[in-house]
Design a protein around this ligand. Sequence first.
Ligand code: BT5
Length: 230
Amino acid sequence: MWEVIETGSTNADLLAWADSGTAPDRSVLRADHQTAGRGRLDRRWDAPRGANLLASILFLEPPSVPTMLTQAVGRAALDSIETVAERDLTGRLALKWPNDLLLEGRKLSGVLAQRSVRTGAVVVGLGLNIAWAPEGAASLQHDLGLEVTPDALLDELLRHLDGLLRAPDLMARYRARLSTLGSRVRVELPAGGVLEGVATDIDADGRLLVDDGTAVVALDVGDIVHLRPA
Ligand code: BT5
C-alpha cells in the first residue's frame, strides 16, 4: 500500500502507474488530499485535506465481468463500516446501484472504476466520507458518531474485500444490501432522456433491470434517483 499527502487523483495515478508496467497487482494508493478528485461522468469528488478516505485499488487482470470488482468494493466498504461501528446497520446503511453507499438515503461513499485502454487493467477508486460531507450528503462522524482514521478504515475495507473476492456468493451479498431492488426509480440515461419504472433485478453482467410497465430495460450506466418503495 502506498500513501501520498497530496495528488490530483489516486485513480489517475494508479492508472498511469499500471500503464508503466511496473505496478504490482492489487496495489493500493491512498491520498490525504486530491486536487482533482474524479466522480463518474466527469464529475468532481470533493474532500478537505485529511478528512475522508480517498483510495484506489489496481486489478491487473480483471475478471471477464469487471462489475464484480466494484460490487465487491462497495460491499466491502459497507462491511468495514459495520465492523468499525460494531453493529449491524441494516435499514440505515445500504448500497445504491451501481456502487454508492447511502446512509439514511444520503450519499456516504462513491466508487469510480476506470479501465486502462493500453493494458486492460482496472482501477477501482473509492471516496468515503469520514469527517466531512458536502451539503445533503452523510459522514461517519456526523451521522453515526464514528471516530476512525482513513488508514484504519482502509485496512478493514481491504480485509473484507479479500474475503468477498473469494466468496462464491459475492453477488448475493451485494444484492442483500442493495436498496435499489424493488424501488421505484427515475433514471437519467447517459444518451439523454429519462426512464421511470421499478428496479426489478441485476443481471449477471451487473446491469440494472428496470420495468417501466411496457418493457424491461437493462441499464449499464445511468444516474438513478430512488423515488419511493414500489
Ligand atoms: C462517485 O461519482 O460517486 C465516484 C467517486 C469516486 C471518488 C474516488 S476518491 C479516490 C478515487 N480517485 C478519484 O479521483 N476518484 C476516486 P458520482 O456518482 O459521479 O458522484 C459525484 C457527485 O457526488 C458530485 O457531482 C457531487 O454532487 C457529489 N459529491 C462530491 N463529493 C462528494 C462527497 N465527498 N460526498 C458525497 N457526495 C459528493
